[in-house]
Design a protein around this ligand. Structure first.
Ligand code: ADE
Length: 226
């Protein structure tokens, strides 16, 4: 998969692409990530990318031209163009599983008070990572990339993500490691005695209990409950 990220703040992505699993996925050629500064596509003096809103109001608005030109510079027939915005469709694991199937994602990071409404004509999908407002779309872009990249074959072990929270609309089961007793807090006996069938049953039941207690809304969605 190739991912092009269009942003005014390319340096924000330095840590993201140069550490841990994402770095390894790039080195292993499982993904390519290009960070594109769309300021470079401004034809105005001083590379201006925003202006005051028509009709008045606070703040500056991102202009169409640099963003649309930047999209056009990388777009081809396989591309899906995504805009990060609090007004977008709610992002979740099932959207991540869908995005995983694309060959090429272009993610446009919004900024400041907003962007010219006409930019929407040049994107395929608008995504929000939650009902709160961030200062810009860079963190949402990283959230989307990270959650999609870890699903790509070869990036992490497949069983790791098949058991993730939200797969089958259930939260993940609890896990433990050594020691078996930490300050009187004991690892459940069933996990220690090595009976795989019992362990599987225990984990399924814990998933159900957890989801019921913490996220009953997920069970309402029905496909997942066993
Ligand atoms: N930009 C600012 N806030 C956002 C959010 N919650 N989701 C996606 N993009 C955003």
């Amino acid at each position: 998969m190739r991912i092009d990220i269009l942003t005014l703040f390319p340096k924000m992505f330095d840590g993201f692409i140069n550490e841990s699993i994402i770095k390894r996925a790039i080195e292993n050629k499982l993904i390519t990530i290009n960070i594109i500064d769309f300021r470079e596509f401004s034809s105005l003096k001083h590379k201006q990318v925003d202006d005051t809103p028509y009709g008045g109001g606070a703040g500056m608005v991102l202009m169409c031209e640099p963003i649309v030109k930047a999209i056009e510079s990388v777009k081809d027939d396989d591309s899906l163009v995504i805009l990060t915005t609090p007004q977008g469709k709610s992002y979740n694991q099932s959207v991540a599983l869908d995005l995983k199937n694309y060959k090429h994602l272009i993610i446009v990071c919004g900024h400041y008070e907003g962007y010219d409404e006409r930019i929407r004509n040049f994107v395929d999908l608008e995504l929000s990572i939650g009902d709160y407002v961030l200062t810009g779309g860079e963190i949402p872009a990283m959230v989307i990339c990270d959650s999609v990249i870890r699903l790509i074959d070869g990036v992490i072990k497949k069983d790791s993500y098949m058991e993730d929270s939200f797969t089958d609309n259930l939260l993940d089961y609890p896990t433990y490691t050594k020691p078996a007793d930490f300050r009187g807090l004991k690892v459940p006996e069933v996990l220690i005695n090595g009976n795989h069938k019992l362990i599987e049953e225990y984990r399924k039941e814990e998933q159900r209990k957890r989801t019921e207690e913490r996220r009953p809304d997920l069970l309402g969605d029905k496909d997942g409950k066993d």
